[in-house]
Design a protein around this ligand. Structure first.
Ligand code: ADP
Length: 169
């Protein structure tokens, strides 16, 4: 019997962190693009108490499970502690962030470089959504819903329903 060293292909795994308050079609577009590049994508939901989310952590996780969680090899998780530590624990080599416009850039650039400083082994990868989602954000969707506007072309149906319930519509 020969004793070959066996080459085990490494699983390419990425983390997509965010508040997802709530998940929009823009987030889903980014997740699908990330899945083309990575074997597994972990969508990591931050608590983000200082942002005072409209949806509780559990609600945000449930809405993601009902939508992104249905995509093959996409896992939904709660993000606890430092992102780079979470990436190391999950054996993920990359962090995915979405870039919509120049206005996203400054904050994202700062965060990517800080994460690299904290952990050189984790790369940040920016993905641009389909043009029609470049103006879409969770904040704007919440604003439209709160004023009684229709949001069904911006978010999955279960999210539109959850928004209507929040605003008693
Ligand atoms: P955070 O609270 O971390 O800013 P969000 O939950 O709003 O995050 O979004 C998570 C990530 O998804 C961020 O990188 C954000 O830029 C990106 N993102 C949000 N909406 C869109 C969109 N419509 N198209 C592309 N990327 C998006």
């Amino acid at each position: 019997m020969f004793d070959f060293p066996v080459a085990i292909p490494l699983m390419r795994r990425a983390i997509y962190p965010g508040s997802f308050d709530p998940v929009t079609n823009g987030h889903l577009d980014v997740i699908k693009r990330a899945r083309k590049l990575f074997d597994e994508v972990i969508v990591a939901v931050a608590h983000n108490d200082e942002k005072q989310p409209l949806f509780s952590l559990k609600e945000r996780l449930d809405l993601l499970r009902e939508t992104a969680g249905k995509i093959d090899s996409v896992r939904i998780a709660e993000l606890k502690g430092l992102l780079v530590e979470f990436a190391k624990t999950e054996k993920a080599g990359a962090v995915i962030r979405g870039l919509r416009a120049v206005s996203d850039f400054e904050f994202e650039f700062q965060m990517a470089l800080m994460n690299r400083k904290l952990e050189t082994g984790v790369e940040t990868i920016f993905l641009m959504p389909k043009e029609e989602y470049t103006y879409l954000s969770s904040r704007i969707v919440k604003e439209i819903a709160s004023l009684g506007g229709h949001v069904s072309s911006f978010v999955p149906a279960c999210v539109a329903k959850a928004l209507n319930r929040k605003f008693n519509r």
